[in-house]
Design a protein. Structure first.
Length: 196
């Protein structure tokens, strides 16, 4: 979505979008004390959009019971809670934290607008994504074990694709004409909702 179109969408839904995500607590990152992790708070509860984010972010994990969704973005583990809390790890500095918060706000607002325009996703779609396994993805890959993705074979790639360490772009054969349909189908399985 272009910047002007984005602004317009946020204006149209001004009363429901998140205006502010405030960074509340910053501490040294557990994985690397040279980096920071932080907790932030959105100005709205986010429970209703967690399933939408789950279906839009290919490597997201979601627990309704815990009211939490987490995913890897670049090297950061990002967790979004139903009450509007957001945590992020492995952040370089305050500047990067601000940038990540702004990106998260953008994504959250796209999900809010999606909810307002499309309604809640059906529990069946959410369940179908929960049931995705490396085997199911492997079955849809070219299965040539050509290693162009840098993995030992298609199954290892499928596992890494599911946990977010690889993307579909890392498998060049999926761009061959004969595999295009497969790529589209896997994409649809990993992220049935598109927010951009
Ligand atoms: S590049 Fe694609 S086809 Fe080749 S091994 Fe990796 S996943 Fe399989």
């Amino acid at each position: 979505m272009e910047k002007n179109a984005e602004d317009l969408a946020e204006l149209l839904f001004a009363d429901v979008v998140v205006r502010k995500i405030e960074i509340k607590e910053i501490s040294p990152c557990t994985a690397d004390p040279e980096r920071i992790k932080f907790l932030a708070q959105a100005d709205k509860p986010l429970e209703d959009i967690l399933p939408i984010l789950y279906l839009a972010i290919p490597n997201a994990k979601y627990s309704e019971k815990l009211g939490a969704l987490s995913y890897m973005y670049q090297q950061h583990l990002i967790t979004i809670f139903a009450n509007g809390r957001i945590s992020m790890t492995y952040v370089k500095d305050r500047n990067e934290a601000n940038q990540l918060v702004e990106e998260a706000r953008w994504l959250i607002n796209r999900a809010i607008i999606y909810l307002k325009t499309h309604g809640k996703p059906s529990p069946e779609i959410v369940q179908a994504k929960k049931e995705l396994t490396p085997v199911k993805i492997y079955e849809m890959l070219p299965k040539t074990n050509c290693k162009m993705c840098g993995e030992q074979g298609c199954f290892a790639f499928a596992a890494k694709l599911l946990n977010g360490e690889k993307t579909l772009q890392d498998c060049p054969p999926l761009d061959y004409k004969e595999h295009n349909k497969l790529k589209f189908q896997i994409e649809k399985m990993l992220s049935p909702i598109k927010l951009k």
